[in-house]
Design a protein around this ligand. Structure first.
Ligand code: NAD
Length: 421
């Protein structure tokens, strides 16, 4: 049994490694395979200058980690955040490997990031930063090698700059190097909302299992970005009352329910969710502890920890964010009987439609939005029930079950591919 005391719950890489160890020990893997697939395959570190609009030049640190490529090209987003460091990117890359394997995509896992504070950058600075970072990592990315996508603080516009920079580097237009692009340059219909739609599909399956009446449920959502906002919108469309939402600066609460589109309008005007009329301002800590049917962390890692897990009053948690719940918190939530749909399953809708986008680009074909959403639903529902069946059979929570499914698939790929030479 892995010793929890030797892992630090505040470190995403320790969280990843403990989650891996808890599942791997049940699979009785060959020790060399376990060691090989737990850690990243390649790590690429770059240091590059950014020229600010006022003429100052600063050196920034960027990372691209390819955690695993046994089942196909590496796949994973690019994050711009002050907290980005090599260990965080390693953890995020590992989570991508397991996520892709859980939904059975022919991809491995990767992640990239630049340590910076995008809230202090102008659009032109953001563009220069993106182009220079992509130029730096261009030797290791490519449609058959490693395909980036959006993550925290990166969006379709950033993906468009990536396509352009990479295409200039190659000498021809290559849009399949990245997913999450604008539609005008080969993006997929349905990609923008795909992660949140995947969260919705897994919540619907959980509600069925737990005999929860979906339309009369309530939801609390942390984070009001791509994942959080669209989750709020999609659940609101299903008749669910969104009683609280938040962003980095704090949250808002209204027991009668919030209209996500109206809150978004307020955010576009004021830059934050707080002070939205007809709501009460609350902190992010208070938001997580509100009674609700569905709690959706959709911001960053390490939000539900051993300190607050005992006070969570949701029936179901669907992890829109990567790594929001630490392993000690998982144990506490299990004890409280809270049904946790882990990140590697709940938010896999994003990478699934990224895969659809890549397939459409490679085939030079376009699918309708209905087609994309139906295929996404099939993938998410199948993965949910595969994970749930393992959890029943092995008497483990859904997170360990999901890791067991993923690790087994990746280990089998290693076994059949063998070692070189
Ligand atoms: P985003 O940048 O669009 O939004 C992030 C939101 O979280 C913002 O509202 C921000 O204010 C808020 N936030 C940041 N720090 C916070 C904090 N400490 N407390 C409360 N709120 C905070 O990012 P996103 O793309 O929506 O990603 C959110 C999470 O979902 C991340 O963990 C990301 O890795 C994960 N994820 C994203 C996708 C995707 O397709 N975008 C796919 C899978 C997983």
């Amino acid at each position: 049994m892995p010793n929890e005391q030797s892992y630090d719950e505040n470190k995403p890489l320790d969280m990843h490694n403990l989650q891996f160890d808890l599942a791997a020990e049940r699979l009785h893997l060959e020790p060399w395979i376990a060691e090989k697939i737990k850690h990243p395959r390649r790590e690429f570190l770059v240091r590059f200058p950014l020229r600010y609009d006022d003429g100052r030049i600063e050196l920034l640190h960027g990372y691209r980690v390819q955690h695993n490529t046994l089942r196909g090209p590496a796949k994973g987003g690019i994050r711009y955040h002050p907290r980005v460091d090599l260990d965080e990117v390693r953890a995020l890359a590992g989570w991508m490997t397991w996520k892709c394997a859980i939904v059975d995509l022919p991809f491995g896992g990767a992640k990239g990031g630049v340590t910076c504070d995008p809230s202090r950058l102008s659009q032109t600075e953001l563009e220069r930063l993106t182009r220079r970072f992509i130029w730096e990592i261009s030797p290791i990315i490519g449609p058959d090698q490693d395909i980036p996508a959006p993550d925290v603080n990166t969006n379709p516009q950033v993906m468009a700059w990536i396509v352009d920079t990479y295409s200039v580097f190659k000498g021809y237009t290559c849009n399949s190097v990245v997913t999450g692009k604008p539609l005008s340059i080969g993006g997929s219909l349905g990609r923008l909302k795909a992660t949140s739609r995947g969260v919705l599909y897994t919540l619907q399956e959980a509600a069925r299992l737990l005999h929860i009446h979906f339309a009369s449920s309530t939801a609390v959502i942390q984070g009001f970005g791509n994942v959080g906002y669209h989750a709020a919108e999609l659940l609101h469309e299903q008749g669910i009352r969104i009683t609280a939402v938040s962003d980095l600066q704090g949250g808002i609460y209204n027991e009668r329910g919030l209209d996500p589109a109206a809150v978004l309008h307020h955010v576009q005007k004021t830059g934050r969710v707080q002070d939205y009329p007809e709501s009460e301002n609350i902190s992010n800590a208070e938001l997580l502890e509100l009674p609700c049917t569905f709690l959706i962390p959709a911001a960053i890692e390490g939000q539900i920890t051993r300190k607050n897990a005992g006070r969570i009053r949701a029936k179901v948690i669907a992890e829109g964010a990567n790594g929001p719940t630490t392993p000690p918190a998982d144990r506490i939530l299990d004890g409280l009987g809270i049904f946790v749909i882990p990140d590697v399953l709940a938010n896999a809708g994003g990478v699934t439609v990224s895969y659809f986008e890549w397939v459409q680009n490679v085939q030079k074909l376009f699918w309708t939005e209905t087609d994309v959403n139906q295929r996404l639903q099939q993938v998410m529902v199948r993965a949910f029930h595969e994970v749930y069946a393992i959890s029943l059979q092995e008497k483990v929570n859904l997170r360990t079950a999901a890791y067991m499914l993923a690790i087994d698939r990746v280990a089998e790929a290693k076994r059949v591919r063998g070692i070189f030479p």
